[in-house]
Design a protein around this ligand. Structure first.
Ligand code: FA5
Ligand code: MG
Length: 449
C-alpha cells in the first residue's frame, strides 16, 4: 500500500491572539479551534460557577493583605512560564506535546505560576504582602470528564518580611499571624512530615532554618485548610445537607515536587470515597524571591484548579459543561449563590473505535527506515478534538499490542461521542469518525487498520 502524499503544512506566518499578532515558527502548535477560548474569561463571567467559585475562595483572603490580579493576558514568555521558575531544560512540561507554543519564545501559560516573579517584584509597591491571581491556563492533555485543554487556576502567595529579624522573631511573627486565623473544620487524615524520612530529607531552602520553613509551611496549611473547609460546607449547604455542612472534611497532605517551591505539598480531599487532588503548594524557593528583588522576604505559594472545586461544590459532572452556552446550563446559576446543578437529560452515547499501526509508517519510509516520527497521544487527542469538539466526551486507549514478527505497534482507541445538549444522529457520528480517520492518515505518521 503506497503511503499517502504528505500535504504541505498550511502554517500562516503570524497568529493573532487577544488582539496581538505574533510571528509563528516551527514550534507553533495552537489549533484555530482553541482561539475562541482566549476571550471567554469564565472566571469573570457574572453568574458563572467558575466566577462564583473564584469569589468564594477570594473572600477567605483579606484584600488588605492580598492584591487581586484577574486580567493578566494568557500569552507569556517561555522564561516566565518555565525558566524563571527553575524548570530543568529537559522537563516534560516544556515539550510541544504538552504545551501550546505561540512560537519558540512564547507560550499560552500552562499555570498561573508564570506570573510569580513579576508580581513578587511589584507587590511591595502596592502595599501588599500577598496576591491572588485567577486566570485561564492551557495544556495539551487527555480527553475525559475532568480534563479540558483550557481550565482555570487560582494562584496565591504570601510573603513575610524577615529583614533585620532573628530567625526566632520571624517564626514568632508567622505563628502569631496564624493564631489570628479562623480554625478550619477539617480532619487531617494523614500528613507528611517536613522531613520525609530519616536520611531522605525534604529539601529546606538554602538560607532557611528548619524552624522558619516549618512555620511558613504551617501558615500555608492553615490558610488552605480554611479554603477547603469553606468550600465543603458550601457544597453541603447547596445539597441541602445542613448536618454535613458542620462535619469535618477529611484532608491529607502529600509530599510533592515543584521546581519553584521546597518543601512542596499537594492537598487532597476525601470526596465520594476517593482522594481528590485539588492543589499544589509549598515554601517559595529563596533564589526565586532573591531574583525578584525580594531578598528580605520568605513566603509560601499555592495553585489550585478552579474547575475541580466548582465541580464538587455545584455537583457538575462534566468539565465540558462550564463552556456550554445552553440556557439550561447557564440559566441555573446566580451571582453569589451556590446551588446544586440539576442535570438535564443525558443524551445517548455513541462509541466508535479506531485502530492503527504506529512507528514504521511513511515517516520511516522517508527517513530510509530509520524510524518514523514518534507517536504522541496528545497529538491524537487534539486531532479528535479538532474534529469533534465538545461532542467528544472521552477518548480511551482500549487495546495495544506489538506484532511478534514485525515489531510494529498497534493501538486501538475508543472515542465516545455524546452531546450535552441534544441527540446525535448516526450520520453525524459516522461523518465525524470518517473525518477522524482521514485526518489521522493525512496528518499523523500512522497506518489505519
Ligand atoms: C501547578 O500548576 C503549580 N503551578 C501549582 C503550584 C503553585 C505549586 C504555586 C506550588 C506553588 P499542577 O500542575 O499540579 O501544579 O496543577 C495545580 C492544580 O490545577 C491541580 O491540583 C488541579 O486542581 C488543577 N489541574 C491540573 N491539571 C488540570 C486539568 N487538566 N484540568 C483541570 N484541573 C487541573
Ligand atoms: Mg499536580
Amino acid at each position: 500500500r503506497s503511503p499517502p502524499s504528505q500535504p504541505l503544512p498550511d502554517l500562516p506566518n503570524t497568529i493573532t491572539l487577544a488582539n496581538i499578532t505574533h510571528n509563528t515558527d516551527s514550534h507553533t502548535n495552537i489549533p484555530s479551534t482553541l482561539l475562541p477560548y482566549l476571550t471567554r474569561n469564565l472566571h469573570l463571567t457574572p453568574h458563572h460557577p467558575i466566577s462564583n467559585t473564584r469569589q468564594i475562595i477570594e473572600s477567605l483572603f483579606p484584600p488588605s493583605t492580598f492584591a487581586r490580579y484577574n486580567t493578566l493576558p494568557p500569552v507569556v514568555t517561555v522564561a516566565q512560564n518555565f525558566d524563571c521558575l527553575g524548570f530543568p531544560s529537559d522537563h516534560v512540561g516544556r515539550s510541544k506535546s504538552d504545551t501550546y507554543y505561540v512560537n519558540r519564545y512564547t507560550v499560552l501559560r500552562t499555570h498561573t505560576s508564570a506570573h510569580q516573579a513579576e508580581k513578587f517584584r511589584t507587590l511591595e509597591g502596592e502595599g501588599k504582602s500577598g496576591y491572588l491571581i485567577s486566570a485561564d491556563v492551557y495544556r495539551r492533555d487527555a480527553i475525559d470528564r475532568s480534563h479540558y485543554p483550557v481550565f482555570h487556576q487560582m494562584e496565591g502567595a504570601r510573603l513575610f518580611d524577615r529583614e533585620g529579624k532573628s530567625g526566632g522573631e520571624l517564626v514568632d511573627e508567622v505563628l502569631r499571624d496564624l493564631e489570628g486565623m479562623e480554625v478550619p473544620n477539617v480532619e487531617v487524615a494523614e500528613s507528611c512530615a517536613l522531613f520525609e524520612e530519616e536520611g531522605n530529607p525534604v529539601q529546606v531552602n538554602k538560607g532557611h532554618s528548619v524552624e522558619e520553613a516549618e512555620a511558613v509551611g504551617r501558615h500555608l496549611r492553615r490558610q488552605l485548610e480554611l479554603v477547603v473547609s469553606k468550600v465543603f460546607s458550601e457544597a453541603a449547604l447547596a445539597a441541602g445537607d445542613t448536618a454535613a455542612a458542620k462535619e469535618k472534611v477529611k484532608v491529607r497532605w502529600v509530599s510533592a515536587y515543584f521546581p519553584f517551591t521546597s518543601p512542596s505539598y499537594e492537598l487532597e480531599v476525601l470526596w465520594n470515597g476517593e482522594w481528590l487532588e485539588i492543589l499544589g503548594c509549598g515554601v517559595i524557593r529563596q533564589d526565586l524571591l532573591d531574583y525578584a528583588g525580594r531578598k528580605g522576604s520568605i513566603g509560601w505559594a499555592f495553585g489550585l484548579g478552579i474547575e475541580r472545586i466548582a465541580m464538587l461544590m455545584y455537583g457538575i459532572p462534566d468539565i465540558r459543561l462550564f463552556w456550554s452556552q445552553d440556557e439550561r446550563f447557564k440559566g441555573q446559576f446566580r451571582e453569589g449563590v451556590v446551588k446544586r446543578f440539576e442535570a438535564f437529560s443525558k443524551y445517548p452515547l455513541c462509541f466508535k473505535d479506531v485502530a492503527f499501526w504506529v512507528g514504521e509508517g511513511r515517516g520511516a519510509a522517508a527517513a530510509g527506515g530509520a524510524g518514523g516520527e514518534e507517536f504522541h497521544e496528545n497529538d491524537f487527542m487534539e486531532l479528535v478534538r479538532g474534529v469533534g469538539g465538545d461532542l467528544v466526551e472521552d477518548v480511551k486507549l482500549i487495546d495495544e499490542f506489538t506484532h511478534p514478527k514485525t515489531g510494529r505497534k498497534s493501538l486501538c482507541y475508543r472515542i465516545n461521542y455524546r452531546s450535552l445538549e441534544r441527540t446525535l444522529t448516526n450520520e453525524e457520528v459516522d461523518g465525524l469518525q470518517a473525518k477522524v480517520r482521514s485526518q489521522l492518515e493525512e496528518k499523523m505518521d500512522v497506518q489505519l487498520r
